[in-house]
Ligand binder design. Structure first.
Ligand code: NAG
Ligand code: NAG
Length: 491
């Protein structure tokens, strides 16, 4: 019994399915759609039996997991699992379903609709499908030409852009004669909205019309640019402006460099200045120290000097001037303690051994050993010489130097001199008033001191006298405008 039932079931199934056998038919060639418009994706069953009671399923074969485009099942459209981008754009005509026509109407076609579709029709006992290729043609936006810059050689860079094309269009540049110009650079991108293009070209002629043309098999869009002279002038202006700018930048650079250099030099100078100032401070410190030392020395000199003077004066000798040795223009006082310039030649005998060039006179007494000392007041006199000499020294046609036996200091032509082997210029703090002459015959020394301000004037050392020495007192040579006397001080 069981067996019979099973057999019956099988037989009835076979009979049923045989009655519903059909083929699903789609178009042999691709279906062309135009973006923005609507398209019918044909699909029907042969023989033409109603598919109203069947399941009709449209899906994308070329996308991953074959997502759903449209579903009709159980007498209704069931599109909850439909691809988002198809929402509201798909439709099956229900009257056509009765005639075995399951074509899908797709409205507002998009570039992204391009692809392979499958139309799958399933009855209770049978199913079949057909594949449909869909091509979408999209005409993009009109091309836009932009002046993109200037060439160094004077060319104008043009850029042509257009987007939203499908399939990939051709872009060409044409001049006013319609001659095609080749692009320099080309760029193509593809996204869900189709192809976008960027082509560049450089033109060198003004007053020309340059076209940018983008075309598909059945569509074409183009844009025109008139390359006017102004563009090239503006190019030249730009070049000039850029040149000026570059020159300015270079000048600024140089100025900055110079400034930086100067600044560095200045810094260096300031460093040096600081160093110098430090040195100056150090020197000033030294100077102060030395002054301090000197003051201390002077202080001690002031203490020592009077003692020294007191010592020197123990060697004081009574000097009397010897009128017979005096120059004929000199007047020696009767007591032999003073001498002054007389302006007229004395009518004295010329036979004596007199000075005839230097206005000099000797002391009467000479010394040939030990020490002796004398003081002469030179106050208010403007030319004078003091010292010692040998009796045998020449008294005419000479200069007063140790070479010829004179050891002197003097004031002549407003400066002080010692006449050592060379002239020695003496810088004295104050004008001498009273000069002390000290001779150490045995040691070969002659000291000169200023006795009122108490300072040392000059010292001849390591001399060899050999002969008796006489005091020498002089009033310069040849003439002396000043009649103030030189006075031997015996006090
Ligand atoms: C199927 O239906 C569509 C409309 O949905 C129509 O355009 C088309 O001509 C029909 N096909 C046939 C073979 O009748
Ligand atoms: C370019 O010149 C043509 C005439 O030569 C004119 O019709 C057109 O408007 C001009 N286009 C532009 C963008 O100046």
């Amino acid at each position: 019994m069981k067996f019979i039932c099973l057999t019956l079931l099988l037989v009835s199934g076979i009979t049923d399915s045989r009655s519903e056998q059909y083929t699903v038919v789609g178009p042999a060639d691709p279906v062309f759609a135009v973006a923005g418009e609507e398209v019918i994706l044909p699909c029907s069953v042969k023989p033409s039996i109603s598919v109203v009671d069947m399941r009709v399923e449209w899906f994308r074969l070329d996308l991953k997991d074959s997502p759903l485009v449209h579903l009709y099942d159980d007498h209704e459209d069931r599109n909850t699992d439909q691809i988002q981008s198809y929402r509201g754009r798909t439709k099956l005509i229900h009257e056509e379903l009765q005639r075995g026509n399951a074509s899908l109407k797709l409205s507002t076609v998009r570039v992204s609709d391009e692809g392979r579709y499958k139309c799958f029709i399933q009855s209770k006992s049978w199913s079949d499908d057909a594949t449909i290729d869909v091509r979408v043609e999209a005409v993009g936006r009109p091309p836009v030409i932009t002046v993109d810059g200037f060439d160094r050689s004077g060319g104008l860079h043009l850029l042509c852009e257009s987007e939203g094309w499908n399939p990939e269009p051709d872009l060409e540049w044409l001049d006013s004669e319609g001659v095609s110009l080749s692009s320099e650079t080309t760029e193509t991108h593809r996204n869900t909205e189709g192809f976008s293009l960027k082509h560049t070209i450089t033109v060198y002629h003004s007053d020309d019309k340059i076209h940018c043309r983008v075309k598909l098999k059945h569509h074409m869009l183009e844009t025109l640019i008139n390359t006017t002279n102004n563009m090239f002038i503006s190019w030249r202006t730009s070049v000039i402006l850029i040149s000026v700018f570059v020159v300015l930048v270079v000048i600024a650079g140089i100025l900055i460099a110079v400034f930086v250099h100067k600044k560095r030099a200045l810094d260096q100078l300031q460093d040096e200045h600081r160093t110098l100032q430090n040195e100056k401070r150090t020197l000033q410190d030294e100077h102060r120290k030395i002054q301090h030392e000197r003051d201390k020395l002077l202080q001690s000199q002031k203490i020592i000097f009077p003692k020294a003077v007191a010592h020197l004066r123990t060697h004081t000798v009574k000097v009397t001037l010897d009128a017979d040795t005096a120059h004929r223009r000199l007047i020696v006082s009767h007591d032999g303690k003073q001498v002054k310039y007389g302006n007229t030649l004395n009518a004295v005998d010329e036979g004596k051994h007199r000075f005839d060039y230097y206005l000099g006179v000797l002391g009467k007494d000479g010394f040939s050993s030990g020490s002796f000392y004398f003081e002469v007041q030179v106050k208010d006199q403007t030319e004078w010489d003091l010292g010692v000499t040998r009796e045998s020294s020449k008294r005419s046609g000479i200069s007063l130097s140790p070479d010829v036996g004179y050891w002197t200091v003097g004031w002549l032509n407003k400066s002080y001199w010692a006449r050592d082997s060379t002239y020695v210029s003496l810088s004295l703090r104050v004008k001498p008033q009273r000069v002390g002459v000290f001779v150490d015959y045995d040691q070969g020394l002659v000291f000169f001191y200023e006795m009122e301000s108490m300072f040392h004037i000059y010292t001849y050392t390591d001399q060899s006298f050999k002969k008796r020495l006489y005091p020498y007192v002089g009033l310069g040579y040849q003439s002396n405008e000043n009649s103030t006397p030189l006075i031997i001080c015996d006090d």
